[in-house]
Ligand binder design. Structure first.
Ligand code: FAD
Length: 456
């Protein structure tokens, strides 16, 4: 018998339940990835994620070749393309991972219907993209948790399956056509500091980071200059690492660092279960609806300054420049940059979320949109009116100014006591810096926010 394994957000060989099951059940397996034009048309295929994806596909192909197989790449609408591959290979079963977004559900449904007409069964596996499947833990009277802490309490009690090993061998039937794999070296518009993708790189990073940095995660995760978080988010986004395996590894080491880290990984599952229950929150406010945001039309210059990292608030500018240079940003920096746009400039969170999605290598609808909503006060934050002050936050999380110095070279040499407030420098020194004056007075921004929220 022959089975097709359709890879989506699970680009790995280790801890891959559909691959594992298909190899056990069938004599031959077609590992398939379909480049879906719908993702490009919807604006989600951007250079940084395309490049990371190319690394993931190349690495997956190499791993499969090591097992005696290969990756088959095709392009086109997913349902008809999988049907063609099933027909060409004589497959009677297709195995895949369950998606979470509305888009993924639609794709899955179309695929199920198309395969059924061909007499092929689709087997879909939950709990692969997340550690705990959306909907597996729910509070009384609702289909999802709206607040993180009670979700985390329940989530922590869920039994976690043991990670599955990579298959010992994968036999691919002869005669299944595939396209040449893409290569990141031929792509333009990629951030120069983008990290390497693929399961091999992800597993190396996981092992190295757990050994060297996990134990001190609790004290260091907010230290902007220290850059001591795992940077596993792109691997979790593309599934080049399994969240189940990441949690097992961390728990295996134990201690407060591991506990704090696993709690953070749980945020990912939390957002997935919100979006699975409320797919509209990818665009629409989750809790409180606000209509008075400023838009591109009212705030074009402010938005451009924010995107370019020229707001005159050093820590915000450092964050936005890191995003452009690396396609990644530290969590504390994301919080600051998003709070500045939505609460200090009072710009619609969707505008910021779109810019992040254009650049973030880990950018996904689930975590990006729901974190933006959390910061904007329209989402699951139980204190929706909190406003992060970029000066105070800068002094607290970048006390020596190392993060600002790294990303804002205009402020090189400005001492730690003024680097977050360059307007306090002596006028001559200030004038000599090629660095903008603050875009707004924070007190004015706060007054506007409070006034608007009183009105909404
Ligand atoms: P670590 O601190 O090492 O955490 C480990 C893992 O936990 C991360 O890899 C990530 O998978 C998960 N995690 C940590 N914090 C969060 C969180 N708040 N929400 C969900 N998962 C979390 N994360 C994305 O993966 N994709 C996004 O598009 C995204 N957009 C964001 C936008 C905003 C405005 C904010 C405030 C946060 C966003 N995050 C997003 C969450 C978080 O900032 C990143 O996951 C984290 O910075 C990744 O770095 P790390 O892997 O070193 O994290």
């Amino acid at each position: 018998t022959v089975a097709v394994v359709l890879f989506t957000s699970d680009l790995r060989t280790h801890d891959h339940p559909p691959l594992h099951a298909a190899v056990a059940a069938a004599d031959e397996v077609v590992p398939l990835f379909v480049r879906d034009p719908g993702i490009r048309e919807a604006g989600f295929a951007v250079p940084n994620r395309d490049a990371f994806l190319a690394d993931c596909l190349a690495d997956l192909d190499a791993s499969l070749r090591g097992l005696g197989g290969r990756l088959v790449l095709r392009s086109g609408p997913v349902a008809p393309e999988v049907c063609v591959v099933a027909a060409e290979s004589g497959a009677t079963q297709v195995y895949m991972t369950a998606g979470v977004t509305g888009y993924a559900h639609g794709r899955e449904q179309r695929l199920r219907d198309a395969l059924r007409r061909q007499g092929v069964t689709l087997r879909v596996y939950e709990g692969v993209v997340t550690a705990v499947a959306p909907g597996a833990v729910t509070p009384a009277g609702s289909d999802h948790y709206a607040v993180f802490t009670p979700y985390f309490r329940q989530w922590s009690k869920e039994p976690l399956r043991a990670p599955l090993p990579a298959p010992r061998a994968v036999r691919v039937p002869d005669g299944v056509r595939g396209e040449a794999l893409p290569s990141r070296t031929r792509m333009s518009g990629v951030s120069p500091g983008l990290s390497a993708g693929g399961e091999t790189a992800g597993r190396e990073r996981l092992a190295r980071w757990c050994r060297a940095d996990l134990a001190r995660y609790e004290e260091r995760h907010d230290d902007l200059a220290g850059d001591a978080t795992s940077r596993l988010s792109p691997h979790l986004h593309f599934g080049s690492l399994s969240p189940v395996e990441v949690i097992h590894r961390a728990r295996g080491r134990g201690g407060p660092g591991a506990e704090a880290f696993v709690r953070q990984v749980c945020w990912r599952d939390f957002h997935h279960q919100v979006l699975a229950a409320r797919p509209d929150t990818a665009r629409r406010d989750y809790r409180t609806r606000h209509d008075s945001w400023r838009t591109e039309k009212d705030a074009a210059q402010d938005i451009a300054a924010w995107r370019d990292g020229r707001t005159g608030y050093p820590v915000v500018d450092a964050a936005m420049r890191q995003l452009r240079h690396e396609g990644w940003m530290h969590n504390r920096a994301r919080l600051l940059a998003a709070s500045f746009l939505t609460k200090s400039l009072y710009v619609d969170w969707r505008i910021g979320a779109r810019h992040f999605l254009d650049l973030l290598v880990d950018g996904d609808v689930v975590n990006n949109q729901l974190n933006w909503q959390w910061v904007a006060g329209t989402g699951t934050d139980t204190r929706p009116h909190r406003v992060l002050n970029p000066v105070r936050q800068g002094k607290r999380y970048d006390p020596d100014g190392g993060y600002v110095h790294r990303w804002v070279p205009e402020l090189e040499g400005v001492a730690a006591d003024t680097v977050h407030e360059p307007w306090r420098l002596l006028p001559d020194r200030r004038a000599a810096l090629d660095y903008p004056a603050p875009l707004i007075d924070l007190a004015d921004g706060l007054a506007r926010f409070k006034h608007a929220r009183g009105r909404d």
